[in-house]
Design a protein around this ligand. Structure first.
Ligand SMILES: Cc1cc2nc3c(=O)[nH]c(=O)nc-3n(C[C@H](O)[C@H](O)[C@H](O)COP(=O)(O)OP(=O)(O)OC[C@H]3O[C@@H](n4cnc5c(N)ncnc54)[C@H](O)[C@@H]3O)c2cc1C
Length: 393
C-alpha cells in the first residue's frame, strides 16, 4: 500500500484547487488525487455552454496534478471505503492508499428521472458530455428537461447548434423566481427566436425509450417525443462515502469553519461540503474553498470566509450573481440598456442581499461590498454603483 501525506478523493474543481492550496505551504508532502473518472481534472461549466459553441476541448483541462512535484493522479479510482482509524482508503479495484490527511471533494450527482431511458442524457461529467455530443449529431428534435442552470444553458446551446429544442419545466415560466419580469420576458423571447418550444408547468413523470427516440410522460397525461432528452433537474451532494465512513452528514458533509469534518484528519470542500449549513454548488465556491481546504490541511488554520459568486451564459447574455437573487425580495433595476446591460439589486428591508450583473463584468467585488456593508440603501443610492468599465460590455 502506498502512503501519502495528503489524499484527495475526487478529481474535480475543488480537488484541483486543493493541490495548489497544499503547495502554498508544503512543497514536498506526497499528494494523491484519486478520481473515479477516466479523464484528468477539467473545468465543468463549459460542458453545458462554451464546449458546444466556440471553446476547444484542449482548453478545459486543469493541471495542478501535473504542475507540482510529488503529486500523483489515480484515474478510474472510485474510493469505496475510508478506514478512519487506520487512515486508509480502499478503491473499487482493490487498490489502497494510506493518508495523514484526507480531503473529500466528491462533488454532486445529478438527480435522475425515472423510466430508465437509454436516450436520456445527463451532463455532469466529461464522459456524459462526450456521449451526448456523439448522440446529438444524429438528433433533430431534443427534449431538455429542467429550468435550472443546466437546462437553461443546454436549451440555449443546442438551439444555437440548430436543433429543434422542446424545453420542459415544472414552473409556469422560466426565470420567474430569479429575474424581474421584464428581463425574464426578454430572455424567454430570445429562446423563442431560436425556435425553442416551451412546455411549462407540467412535471415529467418518466422518460422511456421508443423505437427511435424518447417519450416523456407528463403529469397532465400529455406526452412529449424527441430523438433524445437532456436532463438537468438538479443535483445532490455526493456524501454517501462520508456517511458510510461515519462522518457527520446532513445532505452534504458537515464541516467547521476550517473545513474540517467530524473526523480531525478529514476535510471536505466544494459541492459536497455544507458551508454554514448549506450546500453551495458553483465554480467560484468550489475553487476558493478547495484552495482554502488545501491550505488548512497543510496547517494554515484559517477560517473560510468567502462570499462566492455564480455565473451563466445564455445566447449573447451572460451574468454574474451573488447572494440571494430571488424575486421574493424587493427588486431594484439599474439598466444602461434596458434588459441588455445593467444591474439588478435584491433588497431585504433596505439591505442588499443579492446582486445580478447582467452583461456587466468584474462587478462582483463591489457587489460583495454592498452585501456585506450592513447598510440600508434607498433604491436611488444603488443607481450607478456598478457599471461596465469602458470596453467591457
Ligand atoms: C454542466 C455543468 C455546468 C456548470 N456551470 C456552472 C456555471 O456556469 N457557473 C458556476 O459557477 N458553476 C457551474 N457548475 C458547477 C461547478 O462546476 C461545480 O460547482 C464544481 O465543479 C464543483 O466542484 P467539486 O470539485 O466540488 O465537484 P466536481 O467538479 O463535480 O468534482 C467531483 C469529482 O469527484 C469524483 N468522485 C465522486 N465520488 C468519488 C469517489 N467515491 N471516488 C473518486 N472520485 C469520486 C467525481 O467523479 C468528480 O470527478 C456547473 C456544473 C456542471 C456539471
Amino acid at each position: 500500500m502506498q502512503e501519502f501525506e495528503y489524499v484527495i478523493i475526487g478529481g474535480g474543481m475543488a480537488a484541483d484547487a486543493a493541490v495548489g492550496g497544499i503547495r502554498r505551504r508544503d512543497k514536498t508532502g506526497e499528494i494523491l488525487v484519486a478520481s473515479e473518472e477516466s479523464f484528468p481534472p477539467y473545468q465543468r461549466p463549459p460542458l453545458s455552454k462554451k464546449l458546444w459553441l466556440d471553446m476547444r476541448l484542449e482548453d478545459v483541462w486543469l493541471g495542478a496534478w501535473q504542475k507540482y512535484a510529488h503529486t500523483q493522479l489515480f484515474l478510474n479510482a472510485e474510493a469505496t471505503r475510508i478506514e478512519t482509524a487506520a487512515r486508509t482508503v480502499t478503491f473499487a479495484d482493490g487498490r489502497q492508499a494510506g493518508y495523514q490527511k484526507l480531503l473529500l471533494a466528491t462533488g454532486a450527482q445529478a438527480r435522475r428521472l425515472p423510466g430508465g431511458a437509454q436516450r436520456a442524457f445527463y451532463v455532469g461529467t466529461m464522459g456524459e458530455h462526450l456521449r451526448l455530443w456523439q448522440a446529438v449529431q444524429k438528433a433533430r428534435r431534443v427534449l431538455v428537461a429542467g429550468s435550472g442552470f443546466i437546462g437553461a444553458e443546454m436549451a440555449a446551446a443546442l438551439s444555437q447548434k440548430g436543433h429543434e429544442v422542446v424545453w420542459s419545466m415544472l414552473e409556469p415560466a422560466p426565470f420567474a423566481h430569479f429575474l424581474p419580469p421584464g428581463l425574464a420576458q426578454r430572455v424567454t423571447a430570445e429562446y423563442a427566436q431560436h425556435g425553442v418550444i416551451l412546455s411549462p408547468g407540467d412535471a415529467i413523470q418518466e422518460l422511456q425509450d421508443t423505437g427511435s427516440g424518447v417519450v416523456a410522460r407528463l403529469q397532465s397525461g400529455k406526452t412529449l417525443e424527441a430523438d433524445l432528452a437532456v436532463v438537468g433537474i438538479g443535483v445532490e451532494p455526493r456524501d454517501g462515502l462520508a456517511r458510510a465512513s461515519g462522518l457527520k452528514t446532513s445532505s452534504g458533509v458537515v464541516v467547521d469553519e476550517f473545513l474540517r469534518t467530524s473526523d480531525p484528519n478529514i476535510w471536505a470542500a466544494g459541492d459536497v461540503a455544507l458551508t454554514h449549513g448549506r450546500a453551495m454548488m458553483h465554480e467560484d465556491h468550489a475553487v476558493t474553498q478547495g484552495r482554502a481546504a488545501g491550505q488548512n490541511m497543510a496547517g494554515a488554520g484559517k477560517p473560510y470566509q468567502h462570499l462566492s459568486f455564480y455565473y451563466s451564459d445564455l445566447y449573447h447574455f451572460g451574468y454574474e450573481a451573488m447572494g440571494e437573487c430571488s424575486t421574493a425580495h424587493e427588486v431594484v433595476e439599474d439598466w444602461v440598456i434596458p434588459n441588455e446591460e445593467g444591474v439588478v439589486y435584491y433588497l431585504d428591508q433596505g439591505h442588499v442581499v443579492g446582486v445580478l450583473d447582467w452583461n456587466v463584468w468584474d462587478g462582483m467585488s463591489k457587489a460583495e461590498g454592498l452585501i456585506t456593508s450592513g447598510r440600508r440603501f434607498a433604491p436611488d443610492e444603488l443607481v450607478g454603483q456598478i457599471r461596465n468599465q469602458e470596453g467591457d460590455s
